[in-house]
Design a protein around this ligand. Structure first.
Ligand code: ASP
Length: 577
């Protein structure tokens, strides 16, 4: 005899008259009399109502197998909210397969449970509908990605976990080596170097659903370890990369939502900064940044005698935003780097606000026209450097207008032409990505001549994929020639010796016939979270860590056994900070 013949949530009027056995957990009980109780039995497909007409001692979360006959519920007793709501199982025998202590928290979706408690008892938490749905959506994402990549001739290659450091810009997790005392492996921040080496190895198209580890501070969208679709391909252009990654992402979205996204528009990094003040613009809503500098060409006031003046308009904001909120926004703007925030209510007869006294009538009229502002709207201006104006207005725009996480569908966007360097510190350029990123073909010559802030104008062949304002992933066309690679290392101040120690193997490999290649990686946790409408990636990870990097379930991290430390030649010193 099998333990179970059917799943709870799959029984329907079609099964009326059949004898079935379901197995699962006792969800709720309603005891009518000593000899009549209704028990909802739950498995991963949902619940089914079971009529028990014997004296029964079961409690919430007991594990049971119930055999009985499916019958239609009497009229008026149908539960529309349940998949199996038109039927129930009657004439039952109930076998208790296991007892259970009362659950540490109610399993319904209405109760808000502290996350630490949920994670400590994740095995109970996972029984909830929400987690069942999320984990199954995640499995669909993985499966759809695999199929899409394989359809496009990608071959799955597993890369090692115990490696030398990978330069993704985060801190490494390190693992001490017992056989080489005093030496450490790094856990991969990404399979970057291995995927490039596999291109030199003629694998042509590589993919892996890869675990990556980065020792960074955790946030809602970040864990120490995360999964990414990691891909690399030879003899490809940026357009090819966009095509195969869009295909994988569209397949994953379709698998979860039933609808296949077809639009994967592109925007240059520069345009994204100018219009949205961000390299991951949320294009689901307007309130775009507008250039107003030209209006202030003749200004007499120091307030607006700045390299740049830009503004945004919040429709209806004049009524919506009270004084406290505006003070709060002004404090935010200063925290983000602005000297101040100029704000104006739009009235029937023009702008109203403390700073109008520094503006001419033409300037005020111009601002209103350029921003398309109407009475009842609120206008914000930032007068500063271009970088600060864009950044602060971009953040303000999100603060004031951003819709919930997956409102308005899924808006994918490729951001192209990222700068090669993100900053210049003491005259030295700091790379925006890992140092294997190919400069833009039209800008390669600038590597020989750039000085000071000119470094920031050099574009690269790096790109990101953005979804509803979240960065899903990044990639680039790589440098495949050792001479250009050596030049970039020089610019970054990585000397010959350090190059040899850290990346000698890659430079060596490039001397043996490296094909042109490029790739991409996107986060599966983030993609899944967005597709199921969760703000926090922990909701789509079976066993995540808390914000402080601890695991309340297993208590990791824990002190190491002193004997083990001896064997590794390690001693733990008190922390000095
Ligand atoms: N290695 C990069 C990352 O993990 C992605 C890439 O450039 O392919 O973010």
């Amino acid at each position: 005899m099998p333990i179970r013949t059917d799943y709870c949530g799959e029984l329907s009027l079609e099964h009326v008259g059949q004898t079935v056995t379901v197995a699962g957990w006792v969800d709720t009980r309603r005891v009518h009399s000593e000899h009549l109780a209704f028990v909802d039995v739950r498995d991963n497909t949902g619940v089914v109502q079971v009529v028990v007409d014997e004296k029964l001692d079961v409690r919430s979360e007991y594990v049971v197998a119930v055999t009985g006959t499916v019958r239609a519920r009497p009229e008026g007793m149908v539960n529309e909210a349940l998949a199996s709501g038109e039927i129930e199982i009657a004439d039952t025998t109930v076998e208790v397969l296991n007892t259970a202590e009362p659950p540490p928290f109610p399993l319904n979706e209405r109760t808000d449970v502290d996350e630490k408690i949920r994670l400590k008892h994740r095995y109970v938490d996972l029984r909830r509908d929400r987690m069942q749905r999320n984990m199954r959506a995640r499995a669909k994402v993985n499966s759809a990605i695999r199929t899409a990549m394989e359809r496009q001739r990608f071959v799955e290659i597993e890369t090692p976990m115990l490696i030398a450091s990978t330069p993704e810009g985060a801190r490494d997790f390190v693992v001490p080596s017992r056989l080489h005392p005093g030496n450490f492996y790094a856990l991969p921040q990404s399979p970057q170097l291995f995927k490039q080496l596999s291109m030199v190895g003629g694998m042509d198209r590589y993919y892996q659903i890869a675990r990556c580890l980065r020792d960074e501070d955790l946030r809602a969208d970040r864990q120490f370890e995360f999964m990414q679709l990691d891909a690399e391909a030879s003899f490809v252009t940026q357009d090819d990369v966009f095509e195969f990654i869009s295909e994988a992402v569209a397949s994953a979205a379709e698998a979860v939502t039933g609808e296949r996204p077809t639009e994967f528009p592109r925007m240059s990094w520069y345009e994204a900064q100018e219009r949205f003040g961000s390299d991951k613009p949320d294009v689901r809503f307007g309130m775009e940044l507008n250039e107003l500098t030209h209006l202030f060409a003749e200004t007499e006031s120091n307030v607006f005698k700045t390299p740049v003046v830009k503004g945004i308009c919040m429709p209806g904001g004049a009524d919506e935003l009270g004084r406290n909120r505006i003070d709060q926004l002004t404090a935010d703007a200063k925290r983000w780097g602005a000297k101040g925030l100029a704000w104006f209510r739009v009235k029937e007869d023009g702008l109203e606000g403390a700073l109008t006294k520094f503006m001419s009538d033409d300037e005020m009229a111009g601002v209103q026209t350029e921003l398309g502002a109407s009475p009842g709207d609120m206008v914000f201006l930032i007068a500063d450097t271009r970088r600060t104006a864009n950044k602060v207005l971009g953040l303000l725009r999100l603060e004031l207008g951003r819709p919930p996480v997956n409102d308005g569908g899924f808006n994918f966007l490729w951001i192209t032409d990222f700068p090669l360097f993100e900053d210049v510190v003491d005259g030295n350029p700091i790379p925006a990505h890992h140092p294997f990123t190919m400069p833009h073909v039209d800008d390669v010559h600038l590597l020989d001549t750039a000085e000071g802030d000119e470094w920031l104008d050099i574009r690269s062949q790096a790109y990101d994929l953005v979804l509803n304002g979240w960065e899903l992933g990044s990639g680039s066309i790589r440098i495949h020639r050792s001479d250009i690679q050596a030049k970039i290392f020089d610019i970054l101040g990585i000397g010959a010796e350090e190059q040899q120690v850290k990346f000698g193997f890659l430079l060596d490999a490039f001397r043996y016939g490296a094909p042109p290649h490029g790739g991409f990686a996107f986060g599966i946790d983030r993609l899944t979270a967005l597709l199921v409408g969760e703000e926090n990636i922990r909701e789509v990870i079976a066993f995540p860590k808390t914000q402080s990097g601890a695991d309340p379930l297993t208590n990791a991290p824990t002190p190491a056994d002193p004997a083990h430390l001896d064997e590794l030649g390690l001693r733990v010193l008190p922390r000095q900070d």
